[in-house]
Structures are given as structure tokens and as C-alpha cells.
Design a binder for this molecule. Sequence first.
Ligand SMILES: [Zn+2]
Length: 322
Amino acid sequence: MNYRVVPYNQDIIEIISDSISNYESDLKKERLKYYSPQVCKSELNFKEFMENGQVEKFEEIFTYKIIYSMDKFNPIYNSNIKDLQDFLYFKNFNENIVYKLNNSKELMKQDMIELYNSKFSKIGQPGRTHYDRIRNLIDYCPYCQENDVKHLDHFLPKTQFPSLSVSPINLVPLCSDCNTAKKATTGFFNPYFEDVDSEQYLFCDISFQNDDYIIKFKSEQPSSWSKQKYSRVESIFTKMTKGHEILVLFNKWARTTINESKRRLVRSALRGQKDFRETLLDDYKDSVEEQGINYWKSTLYQCLLNNLEDTHKYFSSIVIQD
Ligand SMILES: [Zn+2]
């Protein structure tokens, strides 16, 4: 299997424990600790769905009824009674006082989102070390495969799936453009679990007209893929907001690449079609080796090779001025 990103292998309970280490509110700390086993279960469940390629069927299963059982000397009880009263009701239960979380689903959501925003992603906060490690898993954005990674994106939005707010496998390192353009949309492939490079889905066409050429990238469903799998890949081309249309960017980047290697390609073309083919083939192989068959540069060189005669004619006719 050839996944684009290898997951950050850190226990979610430790991530939560590190992140809450400087919380001033003991009650909040306690609550997060209580969520931990549930969060862990939810993460495992998510993983299972992802591995089976059934992400669209994943639903957050979280037992929202959380019971606090503690004796009356517990500092949480003493120091945070007002805070408790806002959310909890309690009754005597043998020697212990049992608190049931009231409106606990909403509270868990608030707690988990706040944990991500104020302790995990915020610079200088204790969970930020984990954030940075996940961000550094790869250099290039797994969606556009070109821009530098800048942010972590919630694969499933934290507002809908709060239990996965700080789960490494739900946090995908993306470039700024993809992160902004994706917003809270779902339906994309998960680069930790989906082998999207097993088949070629990215192609491009080149046509020559009046001493110039037009390059057009497109995506196609590989015959061995399910419709669902392909639609998750296709989403990177269709679901990003306008202004960051990746196929259009590929067209632009391809022209820039050709311009930048023009002198080299012309020199090779002038040595004959066989030499020219070898040059393109080397470029193609390097590109596939480095970033796979669906990297836009691989597709570009493949397209130039497929149209060898026209491409060779075009480059042979260019006059380079020294
Ligand atoms: Zn990107």
C-alpha cells in the first residue's frame, strides 16, 4: 500500500493528557480525562471505517452520559462547585457523590473544540508539540502535491465530530490554499488510509496550434475503483472553492515547467527524436519515483511522450538565442 502520509503514532490519551497539563480549571481537566477512553474508542472506530473504505458511513458513537464519582474531599468538588452547578446535577450515592453531566453532549463538544483551539493548535501551548509533529509528517500538501504544508485540517470537521478534534488520523497536514479552499467540506480522500496512487487518475492532453500549445489536465475514474473512492479523489478538483481550482493550477504550473526547461528540451530535440524521447522518459521516471504516477509533472511528461512526434517537432522548431 502506498499512502501519501504515514500517521503520527502517538496515543490519543497521552496527547490529551499533555494538552490539558496547564489547564487552570481542575474540573475541566477532570472532564477531559473522563472523555479520554471514549475519544480513544471513537478514534479506533474511525480508523476501522477508514481502513474499510467506508468513511461516508462513519458516525460518531460517543456515550454522552458521563458520571463523576468522587468523594466530598475531592478538590474538584471544593474548588469548582459553581462551575459544576452550571452543568451538573448531583445526588448522594452511598458514600460518594455522583454527578451526572447535564447537557453533556454540548459540553463535550465545547470542551474538545476549546482543547484544540486553545491548547493543541495555539503556539506556545503544551499540545502544540503534537500539532507541529503532525504538520511535519510531510513536506508537500497531499492534495495539490505541490505547495508546502502549513496547517492541519480536520478531515471530519470538529463541529460535527468533536471526539476527533485532536486525533492525529483526523488531522491532515495541508497547504494554506487547500486548507482555505476546502473549508469544512467533507468527501475528500484521507491520505493516511487511502491508496490513491495504486492507479492513475490524473491525465493531461496537449494540442499544438500556431507555434503554441494548450495543456489541459483532467481526472478520470480508474476502472478498478469504486465510484465512492473515485469521488473522494475527484473532490480535490471539484469541491475546492473558486480561486483554487487545482486542475487549472496544473495547467499553469505545466507551462511554467516547460518554459523553465525549454533550453534543455530544445537542445535534446535538436539531437534527434530518440535522444529527445530519452530525456522525457528520464524526467517522467524521476517524477514518478519522487511523487508517484498522479503527480502533475509525471502526467505532464507522460503526455509529452504520448505525443512525441508533435512535441519533438515543436521543440525542434524553437530558436534559442544565446
Ligand atoms: Zn495544497
